[in-house]
Design a protein around this ligand. Structure first.
Ligand code: ZN
Ligand code: ZN
Length: 171
C-alpha cells in the first residue's frame, strides 16, 4: 500500500453563494491524499497501474473551474472523477481551503476536509477488496462476466465480489 499526495494545489475559482465570491472569485488550495495498492505498478514499471499525478491535478483544475455554491459539491465531483480514472484506490482524503474568505478580512482561511474509504470485504469469500459502490467501480469494466450476470451477483451478495469470485461466474 502506498500514499500518493498532491498538496497545496493552488487555484483561482468562483465558488460560493455571495455575489462577491461569484464575481470576484478567490484563491483556493486543494490537497489530495490517496491510499492505493500500486505494488503491481512498481514491479512492472507500468504507469497504468498507478495513480497518475497529472490526472489528479487535471481533475482538480477542471472541477475547481466550475463555479459551485458549495465547496462540498466540488469536493464530491473531484472524488468521483478521480475514481473514474483510477481503479485501485483504497482511500481518498481531500481538503479544499478558501484563503481569506469574505468575513471582513479577519480570517486567514476556511476549509473542508472529507475522507472516503473504499476498502470492504468480498460478499462471497470475505477477502479484503476495493469497491467504489457505484458505476465508477472497477467491476463494471470486468470483461470476464456479462454485465447482467455481474448485476445478479451483486444482488445476491449485497455488494461487489472480488475479482477471483467474479471469475467463478465467468463464461
Ligand atoms: Zn471473493
Ligand atoms: Zn464494486
Amino acid at each position: 500500500m502506498s500514499v500518493i499526495a498532491l498538496e497545496g494545489m493552488r487555484f483561482f475559482a468562483h465558488h460560493g453563494v455571495y455575489d462577491e465570491e461569484r464575481i470576484l472569485g478567490g484563491e483556493y488550495l486543494v490537497d489530495v491524499l490517496i491510499e492505493a495498492d500500486i505494488d503491481g505498478a512498481a514491479e512492472e514499471d507500468d504507469i497504468n497501474q498507478t495513480v497518475n499525478y497529472e490526472m489528479v491535478y487535471t481533475v482538480c483544475e477542471i472541477e475547481m473551474s466550475k463555479p459551485s455554491d458549495l465547496i462540498e459539491t466540488v469536493l464530491q465531483r473531484i472524488v468521483w472523477r478521480i475514481k473514474e480514472n483510477s481503479r485501485m484506490i483504497q482511500e481518498i482524503t481531500i481538503k479544499v481551503t478558501k484563503l481569506e474568505p469574505p468575513l471582513g478580512g479577519r480570517v486567514k482561511s476556511a476549509s473542508i476536509e472529507s475522507s472516503f474509504d473504499f476498502t470492504t470485504q468480498c460478499g462471497r469469500c470475505g477477502r479484503g477488496m476495493v469497491c467504489y459502490g457505484d458505476v465508477t467501480c472497477w467491476c463494471t469494466e470486468a470483461k470476464t462476466v456479462h454485465p447482467r450476470t455481474a448485476e445478479l451477483v451483486q444482488q445476491e451478495h449485497g455488494s461487489c465480489v472480488c475479482a477471483n469470485c467474479l471469475n467463478y461466474y465467468a463464461g
